[in-house]
Design a protein around this ligand. Structure first.
Ligand SMILES: *Cc1c(COP(=O)(O)O)cnc(C)c1O
Length: 218
């Protein structure tokens, strides 16, 4: 069941601050996506390649699909054509694979680099040194078919708001540190159901919200 009031509230918070709302529809049926689409929602996030491909085929073609999961290099081929933004890029190998496949189909694919900001070991992402390296290599290798347009991160799974705030502040500081006149990390994708308000306060301009809108997942 879609929580329309919840959706409208998040949307309002986003509009006030010029934040893009990505509705995270993973595991949820196409009917729910259509309901939101009919309310004007065009940005949707998915974590699994197969699921994204199936939904792509069934749904209106002006939807922007954000791939927010961990993309395996061997799946790049299947998905590049259909994605608007790949949010979880966390290795040079993956970036190269996206570039190569994009070149083949004559596309420029927008990507976010995923940064590890949480305390938990399990979450994917780059640290600051790796970020520095990847940006350096990206410029050296002159990858013409990918654009690195920003950073993405997930905060710790905790009720400690100070901790979450600290992690978002850190991600914001990396965005500022690594942006130059010729290389703008303009998108800062941070904030989910539990922490999107804090994220917006800390300078997020793209939030990824799932369960608040679509209900909890199994
Ligand atoms: C599932 C997921 C979300 C949405 O999480 P909610 O807590 O349901 O809002 C956001 N970002 C990523 C990377 C996810 O995997």
């Amino acid at each position: 069941m879609i929580n329309i009031d919840g959706y409208q509230n998040v949307l309002k918070a986003c509009k006030e601050k010029n934040v893009t709302l990505v509705a995270v529809s993973k595991t949820k049926p196409v009917e729910d996506i259509i309901t939101l689409y009919n309310l004007g929602q065009k940005e949707f996030g998915e974590n699994y390649v197969q699921e994204l491909l199936e939904k792509y085929q069934q749904l209106p073609k002006d939807i922007h699909w954000h791939f927010i999961g961990h993309l395996q290099t061997n799946k790049v081929k299947q998905v590049v054509e259909f994605v608007y933004l790949i949010q979880g890029v966390d290795s040079l190998k993956l970036l190269k694979a996206i570039n190569k496949q994009s070149e083949k189909i004559n596309k420029i694919t927008n990507c976010l680099l995923q940064i590890h900001i949480a305390q938990e070991e399990t979450k994917f992402g780059l640290d600051e040194n790796e970020l520095n390296e990847i940006i350096g290599e990206f410029e050296n290798l002159k990858m013409k078919n990918v654009n690195i347009v920003g950073l993405m991160g997930m905060a710790s799974f905790t009720n400690d708001e100070n901790q979450i705030r600290k992690e978002f502040k850190y991600l914001k500081s990396l965005q500022q540190k690594f942006s130059t006149v010729n290389f703008q990390l303009s998108i800062l994708s941070m904030g989910m159901t539990a922490d999107y308000k804090v994220a917006i306060e800390e300078g997020s301009n793209m939030i990824r919200v799932g369960s608040l809108i679509f209900g909890s997942r199994n």
